[in-house]
Design a protein around this ligand. Sequence first.
Ligand SMILES: Cc1cc2nc3c(=O)[nH]c(=O)nc-3n(C[C@H](O)[C@H](O)[C@H](O)COP(=O)(O)O)c2cc1C
Ligand code: SF4
Ligand code: SF4
Length: 262
Amino acid sequence: MSTVIYYFSSTGNSLYVARELQKIIPDTELRSIVDALHENTPTVNAERIGFVFPMHYFGLPMQVERFLEKLTIMESPYIFAVVTCGVPYWGRPFIDMEKILSTKNCRVCGKWYLRLVSNYIPYRDIAADWRISVRAWLAKRKIKKIAEAVNNIDNHDTWQILRKICADYHERWKESQSQIDDNFQCNKEKCTACRLCERICPQENITCQDGYPIWHHDCVECLGCLHICPVQAIDYGEITKGRKRYRHKSVKPVDLLHTLRN
Ligand SMILES: Cc1cc2nc3c(=O)[nH]c(=O)nc-3n(C[C@H](O)[C@H](O)[C@H](O)COP(=O)(O)O)c2cc1C
Ligand code: SF4
Ligand code: SF4
């Protein structure tokens, strides 16, 4: 039985989960949502289709929303989704996803949150190492259960609480898109002109001029640039100064780049 898993990931949590599922679910192909968005008419024809991505502001990352709208789904596959997050259940990613997929006569049969580490450091610092280890251990067990359910084509639902408040937050966030990257700043004394920030950006929203990044107001706030910078030259206003940066320990920086991947 063929399976395609689409993933979106800026600090590696969702990529890690997609890779772990691929190890357990036979005949599984992984596809990057960012790469697929570059296709004119992304199309998938598989018996099982999975989507693995982070929760952004209690809902879908903007790029995932655009991709679901653009995707053509052939036949009537079993569809499942795994949403990685710092705090599960608060939010409505699956409701928003189903709304889009219902226009293509598809429904999401398996829905799971997977708690890992929140990379949203404008809100608070990265969790302590011991907490990251505990969550990693629990996540590994849950991934096995998810894979078993997918292998058995089981239905699985999950809580999605405070839907109305979460929808309002999410909509306000999307409306602020053109101003989001006004918050980013680069410390030129620290920057080594490595251009990793430019290469990780899923929106091609960064260009390096004289070696330093410039943001062009088409940001989806994935925070990839902020976390990948090896010398912590990028900050989000003053609030992220002194806070840790994050990447899932099994994922290399090169795995997260979108241009000049090799
Ligand atoms: C813009 C943004 C908003 C986020 N909003 C939430 C949220 O509402 N709830 C939550 O639990 N985590 C939130 N997070 C944290 C991520 O969902 C979490 O760290 C995720 O596992 C990151 O996956 P990735 O490493 O594959 O990008 C947010 C992260 C970002 C960048
Ligand atoms: S500018 Fe940074 S935060 Fe915005 S989309 Fe690009 S990588 Fe993500
Ligand atoms: S990733 Fe950091 S060091 Fe590299 S170019 Fe961007 S800001 Fe400079």
